[in-house]
Design a protein around this ligand. Structure first.
Ligand code: UDP
Ligand code: MG
Length: 313
């Protein structure tokens, strides 16, 4: 009999957690197999901690990790993967935007032999045009510059076989974007489609700042594009400048008036200055990421755990 681990990052989810538990446990019970529900409280400031404690006290299959502060959803997912002991691990949001019945379809696919099953969003209710547009742009851009096949319209609602979890845990980078890492690992992957409902309660925690951080984690560990871009642009511009110079000399020799050098000066200097700063900035962002890797700080800090036995801690 297989064992499943459901891992759930939760940040200020006091309104959703009991609804999540009430929706997921009967469904998993019907399956008639062993499972654990791992909630990772990502430094919530509301009653998330107390609610999780209540659930853990009445149900030993509910396991809880509390972070010492808010480390972000990706760190919470990593903690869930590390603490899990199932043969298959399913990552789900706490707000019921990842419908529990879709998790059952994922399990079916896993039983057919797939090692990663993605939840692919057909429609996304209750999301602003800004969120949808930035998400589309992010996937397109990241795929293009990293050359990795990150599945569009899929977030972190996925099932991973234990083999895949072990590889993901062996990947040591500090800034992690699970959905980009999973594109790297290979194995047999498939997707199940679903219509994404609105949040059951509360509001999205994804601020623009958090979305930018997520995009950085998807891009910088997976490409050296930003480091090699200046040399490509430098060569192209060098060639262009040389061509301009030759043209000016020829036109001057032929006594053709072309506006004079001064007319070209300000826009050219401005454009070059901006370009240098952009390239420098990109390289700095990459260096900052390398610095975080070298520091090798813990990716999250646990303050307390409940219902884990000695071996998994
Ligand atoms: N989350 C988290 N830490 C954060 C932000 C979000 O653990 O800093 C959790 C949140 O509780 C939820 C999941 O990550 O279970 C997805 O977050 P949210 O619903 O806010 O994102 P959206 O669905 O709007 O993309
Ligand atoms: Mg959500």
């Amino acid at each position: 009999m297989a064992k499943y681990s459901i891992i759930v990052p939760a940040y200020n989810e006091e309104k959703s957690l009991e609804l999540f538990y009430a929706a997921v446990t009967p469904m998993m019970d019907r399956l008639g197999e062993d499972y654990e529900l791992i909630f990772v409280n990502d430094g919530s400031r509301d009653a998330t901690k107390e609610i999780l404690l209540g659930l853990a006290q009445k149900d030993k299959r509910v396991k809880v990790c509390h972070f010492s502060r808010n480390f972000g959803q990706q760190a919470a997912l990593l903690c869930g993967l590390q603490m899990s002991s199932g043969d298959a691990v399913i990552a789900m949001d706490a707000d019921l935007q990842d419908p529990p019945e879709v998790a059952l379809q994922m399990i079916e696919k896993w039983k057919e032999g797939y090692e990663v099953v993605h939840g692919k969003r057909r429609k996304r209710k209750g999301e602003t045009w800004f969120k949808k547009a930035t998400a589309r742009l992010f996937y397109r851009f990241t795929r293009k510059i990293t050359g990795m096949e990150i599945l569009a319209d899929s977030g972190d609602f996925k099932l991973y076989d234990r083999k895949v979890v072990d590889v993901l845990l062996a990947m040591g980078e500090h800034d992690r974007l699970l959905r980009a890492q999973v594109a790297w690992v290979g194995f047999k992957q498939t997707a199940v489609e679903f219509d994404r409902p609105e949040r059951v309660a509360g509001e999205s925690h994804y601020t623009v700042k958090k979305m930018i951080k997520l995009a950085e984690s998807g891009i910088f560990p997976n490409t050296d594009y930003t480091l090699t871009l200046p040399i490509k642009l430098g060569l192209a511009l060098g060639f262009l400048s040389f061509a301009c110079l030759v043209t000016f000399i020829v036109l001057t020799c032929m006594n053709v008036w072309f506006g004079g050098l001064i007319a070209w000066l300000f826009p050219t200097v401005g454009a070059f200055g901006a370009l240098i700063l952009v390239c420098q900035g990109l390289a700095n962002m990459h260096t900052a990421m390398i610095y975080r890797e070298v520091q090798n700080r813990p990716k999250y800090v646990l303050s307390e755990t409940y219902n884990f036995d000695e071996e998994t801690q």
